[in-house]
Ligand binder design. Structure first.
Ligand SMILES: C[S@@+](CC[C@H](N)C(=O)[O-])C[C@H]1O[C@@H](n2cnc3c(N)ncnc32)[C@H](O)[C@@H]1O
Length: 207
């Protein structure tokens, strides 16, 4: 099972399970981007967020927008700007992904609503402990980081969690009995010019 509070990637994965082929315009220019973003937001506003067209548009927006950021305003509208990539290789036929995704269950909601059975393996990849936390319209605060670490520590299951390796995140997991390691992540600390390599944390319990 894969769960995410953001319903749009979940909708895309569900459509890929059916063997999606894209029929929307996939042009890497600002005009098409603006049109597709408006169309996506109007589908979501009109209760059509689970439609095939919304899945196709979400894929296009994710590939074409600035740094692949998935950012929403407080009313749920996708508002990441145009990405200005020189070249984008879009996939138009997802048939090959179908057999891989078939056994999966995709669900959208808060992690605390998940029913985890003893012995299930759990991997948690929450929003990083950074200033920018608006992956979903709800955001992810420091209180949510604590809520997640507490919830994971209470499971009778093997657990792996990853996060940005800030001091307070390392302590959060160390204090709850996780084995904590850090590694240099293959990404930068932010997307605005600071070229410092980010430190990634892996916290492991019961593995
Ligand atoms: C670092 S991203 C991980 C993305 C995913 N692992 C992937 O590779 O596409 C963090 C994810 O946590 C999700 N998220 C935020 N708050 C959540 C919550 N309360 N419950 C479940 N998922 C949440 C976000 O929507 C976002 O997709």
């Amino acid at each position: 099972m894969l769960n995410d509070i953001n319903p749009h990637p979940v909708n895309l994965y569900r459509w890929i399970q059916t063997g999606l082929t894209l029929s929307i315009p996939l042009n890497n220019n600002r005009e098409t981007f603006d049109r597709n973003r408006n169309q996506f937001n109007s589908l979501v506003r009109g209760g059509q967020g689970e439609s095939r067209e919304a899945a196709e548009l979400f894929y296009y927006l994710n590939r074409t927008c600035y740094n692949g950021l998935c950012r929403f305003n407080s009313s749920g509208g996708f508002n990441t700007p145009f990405g200005r990539y020189k070249r984008i290789n879009y996939i138009t036929d997802f048939q090959d992904y179908r057999p891989v995704l078939t056994p999966w269950k995709f669900q959208s909601g808060d992690f605390e609503r998940l029913k985890v059975r003893r012995g299930d393996f759990v991997y948690a990849d929450p929003p990083y402990d950074v200033e920018f936390t608006h992956y979903s319209k709800e955001g992810f605060s420091w209180e949510d980081q604590i809520r997640l670490a507490d919830w994971l520590a209470g499971l009778e299951s093997p657990v792996v969690a990853s996060n940005q390796g800030t001091e307070r995140v390392l302590n959060l997991y160390l204090e709850r009995g996780f084995k904590v390691t850090t590694l240099k992540a293959p990404r930068m600390i932010n997307c605005t010019g600071d070229r410092t390599k980010a430190t990634e944390m892996l916290a492991v319990r019961g593995v």
